[in-house]
Design a protein around this ligand. Structure first.
Ligand code: HSE
Length: 298
């Protein structure tokens, strides 16, 4: 038996929620086919769209799948086909899509022995391979859909957050690759109390804005005083893209995950499309290739 699935791209951090907040994109993602087979272990039998390792131990879906198999009494195996549409190193959860898709489908094919939180833990092993840190802010929304908050890592506690019906995302990917492991190394490990106060005010504001369907509050809260000032230096044209997105009507704009993709939230699809046109202006001007996606976020 086999399953063919869509594995959504995700925006992690969402400005004020470094390592704790993420959201799934409705219309951007990979395809995977997962097949239950008698032969033990996990094999990546096909990988198209990106140049990524297919050895089980070096592939995020392989590693996440092995984590699941290690906790399972199933004594057969799985074959995995991965058809990447999400570019590796683009900042929209490429590794999370693959690792989450693998463990979700394997669990379904086994008759759902594992609850969702366990699947997040298995998928986090894929993230550990990809970035050196088992963060959950991409895998949780890839699994649950919509917005998720990682309220705690120890113990793992994930809270799905409802969001308003007219919230759209525009994501632009300037064609440079930033490895998450590199863009984590440049971060400071300490923050000041003053920055903490600003950041948790915004994080609370963003969650409240999502739940209250208050688009202005969402917009006011999409601010990051801690990570964006450091990481944005790695992204060509970041300040210009951001100010053009806001001028075109976006509620807010920031780095998607560890970059280089930049996301903006808008109220309504029309505004999100106008924002897309504005965000690509600088890249057209300076001659940097880019991809741009407009997607609903719930
Ligand atoms: N929270 C992670 C980071 C997400 O910003 O490093 C990586 O996609």
């Amino acid at each position: 038996s086999e399953l063919k699935i869509f594995c959504p791209a995700t925006i992690a951090n969402i400005s004020c929620g470094f390592d704790v907040l993420g959201v799934a994109l409705d219309s951007v993602g990979d395809e995977m086919i997962i097949r239950k087979v008698a032969e033990k272990g996990i094999r990546i039998t096909k990988l198209t769209g990106q140049d990524l390792p297919t050895e089980t131990h070096l592939n995020v879906a392989g590693v996440a799948g092995l984590a699941l198999l290690g906790e399972s009494d199933y004594d057969g195996g799985f074959e995995i086909e991965i058809h990447k549409k999400i570019k590796a190193g683009s900042g929209i959860g490429s590794s999370a899509a693959s690792s989450t898709g693998a463990v979700w489908a394997m669990n379904e094919l086994l008759g759902t022995p594992f609850p969702p939180l366990e699947l997040v833990k298995f998928a986090m092993e894929g993230e550990r391979l990809a970035s050196g840190v088992a963060h959950a802010d991409n895998v949780a929304p890839a699994l649950f859909g919509g917005f998720t908050l990682v309220r705690s890592y120890e113990p793992l506690d994930i809270v799905p957050i409802a969001s308003p019906p007219q919230l759209w995302a525009t994501v632009i990917h300037p064609q440079i690759e930033i490895r998450t492991s590199d863009s984590r190394k440049i971060l400071k490990t300490n923050i000041t109390l003053a920055d903490g106060i600003k950041q948790w005010g915004n994080l609370g504001g963003l969650i409240a804005g999502l739940l209250m369907e208050d688009y202005d509050l969402i917009g006011r809260s999409l601010t990051d005083h801690i990570v964006e000032p450091i990481r944005s230096i790695l992204i060509p044209g970041f300040d210009k893209v951001k100010s053009d997105a806001i001028s075109a009507g976006a509620l807010g704009c920031g780095i998607s995950g560890s970059g280089p993709s930049i996301f903006a939230f808008s109220k309504g699809e029309d505004t999100a499309k106008k924002v897309a046109a504005a965000m690509k202006g600088i890249y057209q001007k300076i001659g940097i290739e880019y991809d741009v996606h407009v997607s609903k976020v719930n």
